[in-house]
Design a protein around this ligand. Structure first.
Ligand code: IPM
Ligand code: MG
Length: 352
């Protein structure tokens, strides 16, 4: 029996609800697919912070390092400032474990309705390769004259050639495995005359080594507009950390719901554990009501299985999701229905 050691970090808000749903679906595959998930839960997050003054226990990273993968829910609560929850938890995990690719499929699932008129699943099928360890999220900067008149803050976007190159190569490799073989690079080198000029240069260098791939360069604002007006012309997007963050919320929105979108924070070298999470946040407004859409977490779970080498199981999860959305009998409120998280989870397990 293949055993995979999973660190489950449910976090805040609806995080625990959707992560439980995800684990229920993944565990339903264990017997027939011949693997076992050895899952340990860590109660880290805002509640933990209020008791211990930190989001994770001391030595938390060393603990996480011993796992094959991390399965993450969401963070964020009114009780703790957002930059604290984020910089004491999720961003250091991405950076310390060198999860330099944030892989985010943006696909209109069969049976779901896009807010874009007349668009169906064949029109919206993109994937974003988001740089995930540096750029605008480097964490470099500071305050001067804090709390006094003339207060100043700067946030220094930091790009390295090596950091850009490895993520761009990943995007080209991914495009090679897809039928359309198209890469769209999100830039802004007209205004950002240092960082994005370097970005463009590296994209061009890498593109030279992939003559079979078509590369198009778009300023990020124009790319955002294109995602709305001509989503069918976009296949793989490669973007910096902040640009990728924004474009993937847009991508999820045009795919019908933020609740269905998954992501994998990958260390492609596999030296460190990778982390899988829905892209939605902790959604405090609906937390505890049992109505959160678990599809984003379940799909992220499928990406985790794929990463762990359980390709067939991963494929079965995706097919189950597609069957449930196509059938349309069970829909959570974000998809215009009234089903609960538990009902949706049951439908997904049945569809396996
Ligand atoms: C995401 C989230 C995070 C990000 C936040 C919580 C820091 O929006 O995963 O997209 O910006 O990366
Ligand atoms: Mg985001």
């Amino acid at each position: 029996m293949r055993t995979h050691k999973i660190a489950a970090l449910p976090g805040d808000g609806i995080g625990p609800e959707v992560l439980d749903a995800g684990l229920t679906v993944l565990e339903a595959l264990e017997k027939t697919e011949g693997f076992a998930l050895n899952t340990i839960r860590f109660p880290w997050g805002s509640e933990f912070y209020l008791q211990h003054g930190r989001m994770m226990k001391e030595g938390g990273f060393e603990t996480l390092r011993t796992f094959d993968a991390i399965y993450f829910g969401a963070v964020g609560s009114k009780a703790v400032p957002d930059h604290v929850t984020v910089w004491d938890f999720i961003l250091p995990i991405r950076q310390k474990f060198d999860q330099y690719v944030n892989l985010r499929p943006m696909r209109l699932l069969p049976g779901l309705k896009s807010p874009l008129a007349g668009r169906g699943p064949a029109d919206i099928d993109m994937v974003c390769v988001r740089e995930n360890t540096e750029g605008e999220y480097s964490g470099v900067g500071g305050f001067v004259h804090r709390g006094r008149e003339g207060e100043l803050a700067n946030e220094v976007a930091t790009f390295t050639r090596a950091g850009i190159e490895r993520v761009v190569r990943f995007a080209f490799e991914l495009a090679r495995a897809r039928p359309r073989k198209l890469v769209a690079s999100a830039t802004k080198s007209n205004a950002l005359k240092h960082s994005m000029v370097l970005w463009d240069e590296v994209v061009e260098d890498v593109a030279g080594r992939y003559p079979d791939i078509t590369i198009r360069k778009y300023h990020v604002d124009a790319l955002a507009a294109r995602m709305v007006t001509q989503p069918d012309t976009i296949d793989v997007i490669v973007a910096s950390n902040l640009f990728g963050d924004i474009l993937t919320d847009l991508g999820a929105a045009i795919s019908g719901s933020l609740g269905t979108a998954p992501s994998g924070n990958l260390d492609p070298t596999r030296k460190n554990p990778s982390m899988f999470e829905p892209i939605h946040g902790s959604a405090p407004d609906i937390a505890g009501k049992g109505i959160a859409n678990p599809i984003g977490a379940v799909w992220a779970g499928a990406m985790m299985l794929e990463h762990l080498g359980e390709k067939q199981a991963a494929h079965r999860v995706i097919r189950a999701i597609e069957r449930v959305t196509l059938e349309g009998r069970v829909r959570t409120p974000d998809l215009g229905g009234s089903a609960t998280t538990a009902e949706m989870t049951r439908a997904l397990v049945d569809a396996l």
